[in-house]
Design a protein around this ligand. Structure first.
Ligand code: MF3
Ligand code: CO
Length: 248
C-alpha cells in the first residue's frame, strides 16, 4: 500500500530533508584526501545530534553507522572505517535522518581531489540520470517512467544500471511502498499521484551491472571491480510537478 502524504505532511518532511541536505553539504567540504571515512561518519553523527535529529540508518537492520561511505568499486552500504581517502578516489555518501516523525534520505558521489575523466564522467552521468528520473516523477505518469528515464540515460552513455538495489517510498518509515527500480520498460506500474514521496536513487556502474555483497554483510561492490556512482534525492510528487525535498 502506498501511503500518500497531505500537503501539510509534505511540509513537515521538509525539516528532515533539509537537515540531510545541510549535513551532506558539510560532508562534501570535509571529504578531502587524507581524511578517513570514519571521520566523516563522526562529523555526520555530531551534526545530526546538534540539529535534534536521529540517524535513519544507525540500528536499521543492525547497521552500526550514521553514514554509508562507498569508495570506488563499492556500490552502496560501504561502512565507515579508518580507510584514508586518496586523491583520485570517488566517494559516495548516503545519509538519512528522522525528525518530527518523518524521514529524509539522500546520497551524493564526490570526487576526492582531482579524479580521472572517466570517474568524473560517471559521476556526472549518474547525477544527470537522477534529474532525468525526477523529471519523470509527475502526476499521471507511471512508476516505471522514472525507471526508464534512468536506464535510457545511462545506457546511451555506455554505463549499466545496478538491479540489486532500488529506490523506495519514504515518509514515517525509511522504506515504504513502492519500490522504485532504476531499470525497466516505460509505462508500467502504478500511476503516480499527488502526495507520493519517493527516494529515487540510481546506482550506476562504469562497466557490468553485476554486484556482490562482501563478507561484512553490507558492502556491495561491482563484480568486475569497475567504478560505481550513486545519487539520491527525496522527491514529493505535487500537482505543480516534482519537488526535491533534499535540496537547500
Ligand atoms: N539510502 C539507503 C536506503 O535507502 C540507505 C540504507 S543503509 C542502511 O536504503 F544502513 F540503513 F541500511
Ligand atoms: Co534510500
Amino acid at each position: 500500500m502506498i501511503i500518500l502524504k497531505s500537503p501539510s505532511e509534505i511540509e513537515k518532511m521538509k525539516a528532515p530533508c533539509c537537515i540531510v541536505a545541510e549535513v551532506l553539504d558539510l560532508l562534501k567540504e570535509a571529504a578531502q584526501p587524507g581524511i578517513t571515512t570514519l571521520f566523516l561518519d563522526r562529523l555526520a553523527e555530531r551534526e545530526t545530534v546538534s540539529r535534534k535529529a536521529k540517524s535513519a540508518f544507525k540500528g536499521y537492520s543492525g547497521y552500526p553507522f550514521t553514514l554509508c561511505c562507498s569508495v570506488n568499486e563499492q556500490v552502496v552500504h560501504g561502512m565507515p572505517s579508518d580507510r584514508v581517502l586518496l586523491e583520485g578516489d570517488i566517494l559516495s555518501l548516503d545519509f538519512g535522518v528522522i525528525f518530527g516523525g518523518f524521514y529524509g534520505d539522500a546520497a551524493v558521489t564526490l570526487p576526492i581531489g582531482n579524479v580521472s575523466k572517466k570517474a568524473l564522467d560517471l559521476i556526472t552521468a549518474t547525477e544527470q540520470s537522477l534529474y532525468a528520473a525526477i523529471d519523470a516523477a509527475r502526476v499521471g505518469n507511471k512508476l516505471t517512467d522514472i525507471s526508464y528515464a534512468v536506464q535510457s540515460y545511462v545506457e546511451e552513455r555506455g554505463y549499466s544500471v545496478v538491479r540489486d538495489f532500488v529506490g523506495h517510498g519514504i515518509g514515517r518509515n525509511l522504506h515504504e511502498s513502492p519500490q522504485v527500480p532504476n531499470f525497466g520498460a516505460p509505462g508500467r506500474g502504478v500511476v503516480l499521484k499527488s502526495g507520493m514521496v519517493l527516494a529515487i536513487e540510481p546506482m550506476i556502474n562504469e562497466k557490468g551491472a553485476d554486484v556482490k555483497v562482501l563478507s561484512d554483510g553490507w558492502t556491495a561492490v561491482t563484480c568486475d571491480n569497475s567504478l560505481s556512482a550513486h545519487f539520491e534525492h527525496t522527491v514529493a510528487i505535487t500537482p505543480f510537478g516534482p519537488e526535491i525535498l533534499t535540496q537547500i
